[in-house]
Design a protein around this ligand. Structure first.
Ligand code: NAD
Length: 425
């Protein structure tokens, strides 16, 4: 069902573009789907088996690329949808990659760090045959991080009996990671938002922002946005939300969350919490705040037909993958709420992952300023192309982004030969 909804986004694109129907056939199904049951020895000596997935959706434009998610809701539908979005995203960003995604159905919060290490290494042992810096290159996603990527790269090196740092991106800096990768998704989303504002709302000042999800992507977005002078008035995580119309201090909130590992610590009774005095909200209420920009940086399907009518933000920025359902898209469009789509807004992560892969393969490492400058160049250029498509086709930014990505994918698929070519031989 979820994947069905994800690929529905292709239909309006094929209505707008004069594209060979073989492209539609190719892009409607994943190229390769692999499931593995991964045995993990737990700290108490017992054995548990976790189901892991790797889906390589399309590799016409290059080796496949996509993160690995550790979450209890991971299943085939979710990973397939995420791998489809990665395919479109890499094309939107003009990267020489196809799309893939991986995941394990697990609640990592119930595992010890050593159990997570064993699971991470087990994942690589299960899928090593189909991975490689010229085949399929994973990266972090929800509840996986640089440390886990480091373990995974190490496990791959042991299996392959050679160092191949380009096998995985989002690694720690001291293990051949790239400067700037940690905050690339948040930084890239801000570049996309700034381009959008310049293009569509040049007079916006004193903008207010609410951010759903305060992990890697949401935190760095909020931090950099605040540094740039925007007012971040609300933040949520899986435990709850906090709100201050005058603006939150993002770094203080982050420090407290690090200490206690949940935003609830900011508003619990006693200790430092009382000093901050922020109002608390439910996660649902945060989504319905009257703000200029609502940033979705948690999980899929957060705005659906159930709550789309209640959204009061003027613009929605999708840092998470698939946070607005297709039904909700239509409602928001009718209400003239622009959605800056995931395949553009969160592309900063895979763009700097690409830079990391380039650095690993060349052996030359870049300064942070270089990474940021190159990231900005791509985000600005691709955002402008999408705004041009939206104007030309009189369509939503999402459809425009898909048009942009699918044109590149169609070009690559067509160049390998199509019905017209082979019929004439
Ligand atoms: P993360 O694990 O670092 O953080 C996820 C955050 O979402 C956590 O703060 C969690 O508490 C919060 N959350 C979970 N359920 C929530 C709910 N119902 N309401 C509010 N908050 C909730 O993950 P991340 O890497 O920041 O990824 C977040 C999203 O961004 C995902 O959809 C991911 O696919 C997407 N994304 C991330 C990157 C990246 O480089 N990190 C790149 C592209 C896309």
């Amino acid at each position: 069902m979820m994947f069905e909804l994800a690929r529905q986004r292709l239909a309006p694109v094929f209505d707008l573009l004069d594209i060979n129907e073989e492209v539609m056939i190719r892009l409607s199904v994943p190229k390769r789907t692999i499931v593995a049951n991964i045995p993990v020895r737990m700290d108490d000596g017992t054995l548990r088996v976790f189901t892991g997935y790797r889906i390589q959706y399309d590799d016409t434009r290059g080796p496949t690329k996509g993160g690995i998610r550790f979450h209890p809701d991971v299943d085939m539908q979710e990973v397939t949808s995420l791998s489809f979005w990665m395919t479109v995203k890499c094309a939107v960003a003009g990267l020489p990659f196809g799309g893939a995604k991986g995941g394990v159905t697990v609640n990592p919060k119930e595992l010890s760090l050593m159990e997570i290490e064993r699971l991470s290494r087990g994942y690589i042992r299960a899928f090593a045959d189909v991975l490689g810096e010229k085949r399929d290159i994973p990266a972090p996603d929800v509840y996986t991080n640089a440390t886990i990527m480091g373990w995974m790269a190490d496990e791959y090196a042991m299996i392959a009996r050679r160092q191949e740092p380009g096998i995985i991106t989002g690694k720690p800096l001291h293990l051949n990671g790239s400067k700037g990768r940690e905050f690339a998704t948040g930084q890239g989303a801000l570049f996309a938002l700034q381009e959008y504002l310049e293009h569509y709302k040049p007079s916006s000042e004193q903008m207010t922002i609410a951010v759903q999800g305060f992990g890697n992507a949401g935190f760095h977005f909020a931090r950099i946005a605040q540094q740039c002078g925007y007012r971040v008035v609300a933040i949520s995580d899986s435990q709850g939300a906090i709100y201050d119309p005058k603006g939150l201090n993002v770094l203080d909130v982050h420090r407290l969350k690090q200490e206690d590992n949940r935003l609830a610590s900011v508003y619990c009774d006693g200790s430092v919490c009382n000093e901050l005095d922020y109002e608390t909200l439910s996660n649902e209420a945060l989504l319905e705040l009257n703000v200029d920009v609502l940033v979705l940086a948690a999980l899929e399907n957060q705005i659906t037909e159930q709550n789309a009518h209640q959204i009061q933000a003027k613009t929605v920025l999708e840092i998470a993958n698939g946070p607005v359902s297709p039904d909700a898209d239509q409602i928001l469009e009718a209400r003239e709420i622009d959605v800056i789509p995931d395949v553009l807004a969160n592309a900063g992560g895979v763009i700097v992952s690409y830079f990391e892969w380039v650095q690993n393969r060349s052996g030359m490492y870049w300064e942070e300023a270089e990474v940021e400058q190159q990231l900005k160049k791509i985000m600005v250029k691709e955002s402008q192309s999408i705004f041009d498509h939206a104007k030309k086709h009189k369509c939503s930014l999402r459809t425009a982004a898909y048009v942009h990505g699918v044109e590149r994918l169609a070009g690559a698929i067509d160049q390998r030969g199509n019905h017209k070519l082979f019929k004439s031989v």
